[in-house]
Design a protein around this ligand. Structure first.
Ligand SMILES: [Zn+2]
Ligand SMILES: [Zn+2]
Length: 214
């Protein structure tokens, strides 16, 4: 059994995913939960399902994917694992909050865990997530790909019928184009894509209909 539970969180409706298998170990991907009730809903799910969180992963360093890191560190002693190119971003969430959203963060900054690079494998239960680096939206953006379950977590690299912005300071359209054609397009067509915002899709649907991939 393999479960992907999604929690759309924070005002930007970012998708936080709790992914578990029969072993009851789980990984939490992109914990952008901001409001206390959002964090509570994730905690409740973990305790009701009797899950053991073993990794906290981030597809990139943007604030809306990392609001909940401090809470998860406090609650489960998990440190966020992220590609090293986005380490600076994730370690300066308060600055991002001020400059991007004009808001003040009250949470303490949580420490960063293992820095990821292309090809790394993250294990939980009997499953493996492979890190596929896809720079473009940010320099350290990546996908988490589970080959045996035929699913990928795409963060803000790929959305249903769209892609992530490349016009932020950390973005690059040239890198994005390369990531889409060499990494995203090379995944099997029936791969289910769990996106960073909005509904899920498949690689095949996107190759057919997404204007950025056709
Ligand atoms: Zn982003
Ligand atoms: Zn986002």
């Amino acid at each position: 059994m393999f479960n992907v539970k999604s929690f759309p969180v924070n005002p930007l409706q970012e998708n936080c995913y709790v992914v578990s298998d029969d072993s009851r170990e789980c990984v939490i991907i992109d914990c952008g939960a901001y409001y206390p009730e959002e964090l509570q809903a994730i905690d409740n799910y973990i305790s009701q399902q009797q899950l053991k969180p073993v990794h906290l992963l981030a597809t990139h360093g943007h604030l809306d994917h990392n609001f909940g890191n401090a809470h998860l560190y406090e609650q489960y002693a998990l440190k966020v694992e992220i590609c090293e190119e986005d380490q600076q971003m994730v370690e300066h969430l308060a600055q991002q909050a001020e400059s991007l959203f004009g808001m003040r963060l009250s949470e303490e900054q949580a420490p960063t865990g293992t820095l990821l690079k292309d090809g790394d494998e993250i294990h939980f239960g009997s499953h493996t997530l492979k890190v596929l680096q896809t720079p473009g939206h940010t320099h350290g953006s990546c996908l988490f790909y589970c080959k045996e379950e035929n699913i990928v977590f795409s963060g803000d690299t790929l959305f249903r019928m769209s892609i992530g912005r490349t016009d932020f300071a950390e973005g690059s359209w040239e890198d994005m184009e390369r990531s889409l054609t060499t990494v995203v397009a090379s995944l099997p067509a029936d791969t289910i894509v769990y996106t960073g915002h909005g509904p899920q899709t498949t690689i095949g649907d996107e190759l057919q209909c997404n204007p950025y991939l056709r």
